[in-house]
Design a protein around this ligand. Structure first.
Ligand SMILES: *[C@@H]1O[C@H](CO)[C@@H](O)[C@H](O)[C@H]1NC(C)=O
Ligand SMILES: *[C@@H]1O[C@H](CO)[C@@H](O)[C@H](O)[C@H]1NC(C)=O
Length: 226
């Protein structure tokens, strides 16, 4: 499996450049780093249509960069051949929990259609000191993964292209009901928000900066031209 990198992970991008000819990032919603750390994050990614013609590979992910350099990133990927990737069919995404450590760790891959509401949940587990990921639809868990990753410092959404996806168009899509729970209140967390080709309904907190809610994150259509 090929790896997906974080926007800020320059060393990794250099390492990947050896293996891959092209990689790029499009629109993002980005929060962090927080002065505290993220205990829990929950969002619903509504899958758009896959690029047509098929491209290899386009990834959508909400991710959390962590204190030990990991990237917790459940992924929806569109590939030229969903059958070999996840036993999917043309037009489907392959969806899985994952963490980029020194290599990419991944949970079970599940084929999913455009329009699916993927609930992507990350939570710090005090007894194992790992982050537990779950990707689910309508209460049915599709993919899980638990990794020792330190403490999460930020949360953001990404549109990532590799190879032929880097001259394709990504449809507009949304993240709904995003909730981020910090270990302790950080009233300044909202000031770290950065947006690129994204509109959001705004951040709110009702407990002085411990719990942050974003009703809607709307990612604009984006055409890569790399
Ligand atoms: C995550 O979000 C979904 C959808 O809004 C909700 O049903 C679920 O209860 C949430 N879970 C947590 C732990 O916040
Ligand atoms: C923490 O992880 C353990 C081991 O996987 C699991 O049994 C337990 O349910 C988890 N705790 C919570 C609160 O989810």
């Amino acid at each position: 499996m090929k790896t997906f990198v974080s926007l800020t992970s320059l060393a990794l991008m250099e390492a990947l450049a050896l293996a891959q000819t092209t990689i790029g990032f499009g629109p993002y919603f980005s929060l962090g780093p927080t002065k505290s750390w993220i205990r829990e994050a929950n969002t619903t990614l509504v899958l758009p249509t896959v690029p047509n013609p098929a491209v290899d590979r386009l990834a959508l992910w909400p991710g959390m960069g962590t204190s030990d350099g990991d990237l917790i990133q459940a992924i929806a990927v569109a590939t030229a051949n969903p059958a070999t990737e996840c036993r999917g069919t043309t037009g489907q995404w392959c969806v899985f929990a994952s963490t980029l450590e020194s290599q990419q760790e991944a949970g079970t891959q599940s084929p999913q259609n455009a329009g699916a509401h993927l609930i992507i949940h990350y939570v710090y587990n005090d007894s194992t000191q790992k982050y537990d990921q779950a990707v689910s639809i309508n209460g049915k868990v599709l993919s899980t993964l638990s990794t020792s990753s330190g403490n999460a410092q930020g949360w953001g959404t990404a549109v990532e292209c590799q190879e032929s996806a880097c001259h394709g168009t990504v449809a507009t899509h949304q993240y709904l009901d995003t909730t981020i729970v910090l270990n302790a209140a950080d009233p300044t967390f909202g000031n770290t928000l950065a947006l690129n080709e994204v509109s959001s309904s705004g951040l709110s907190t009702t407990d002085g900066g411990k719990t942050w809610v974003v009703k809607t994150i709307k990612v604009q259509q984006h055409t890569f031209n790399l």
